[in-house]
Ligand binder design. Structure first.
Ligand SMILES: Cc1cc2nc3c(=O)[nH]c(=O)nc-3n(C[C@H](O)[C@H](O)[C@H](O)COP(=O)(O)O)c2cc1C
Length: 182
């Protein structure tokens, strides 16, 4: 019964990584570090693997979200499709990619002008006198690939006559699902 909703989730997430104007290209990532204040920000979802159920985003190793992930690797991702009134909420474990070959593959796929996002010499969040005060390094040391392994995904679609809310939870290696009151 719930399989069609799982298929919709994977189809929309894949579309987000393939179509530049799909709303699931972007997600709101929430982290909670030691100070216990949830911090939200937009990230671009670069890859989604429907078999492994795993998502990837890129970031700077010096960013606050990385500090949070080191302190507490449980994160949430929120997706919203305004035309379909479809919301996906995900909870998962964030893990830094360590394999050199994989990192090199991702780095080589980034356009040269976009690589600048990961090569600013100053630490993200540091005060500067103006937007043109940035300096760049030639290296890719700050470029970081994060894998998110969801353990809970909640599908909510608002529609008449009935809104549809389905929770998928990972139990060891199996996903189970239930319909919920919306
Ligand atoms: C459209 C858009 C896309 C963004 N994509 C990313 C991204 O993929 N990775 C990232 O680290 N920050 C991305 N950002 C910036 C973050 O939202 C955030 O401001 C920044 O990473 C610092 O967050 P932090 O201090 O909580 O770590 C994006 C911002 C916007 C507006």
């Amino acid at each position: 019964m719930t399989e069609r909703y799982w298929n919709k989730i994977t189809a929309e997430l894949l579309a987000g990584t393939r179509e530049s104007d799909h709303p699931f290209r972007y997600a709101t990532l929430a982290t909670v570090g030691l100070e216990q204040v949830p911090r939200l920000r937009t990230v671009v979802i670069r890859e989604f693997d429907p078999e492994e159920v795993q998502l990837i985003f890129y970031t700077d190793s010096r960013s606050k979200k990385m500090l949070h992930i080191k302190e507490n690797n449980k994160v949430s991702l929120l997706f919203y499709h305004p035309e379909k009134l479809l919301q996906l909420r995900m909870e998962g474990i964030a893990m830094k990619e360590r394999d050199g070959g994989t990192l090199a593959r991702h780095w080589s796929g980034i356009k040269p002008e976009s690589r600048k996002d990961y090569t600013v010499s100053q630490t993200p969040g540091t005060e500067i006198k103006g937007p043109d005060q940035l300096e760049y390094v030639e290296r890719d040391d700050f470029f970081t690939v994060i894998n998110v392994h969801p353990f809970r995904i909640e599908y909510l679609q608002l529609k008449r006559p009935n809104h549809i809310r389905v929770r998928f939870s990972k139990d060891a290696d199996n996903w189970r699902s239930e319909f919920l009151v919306p």
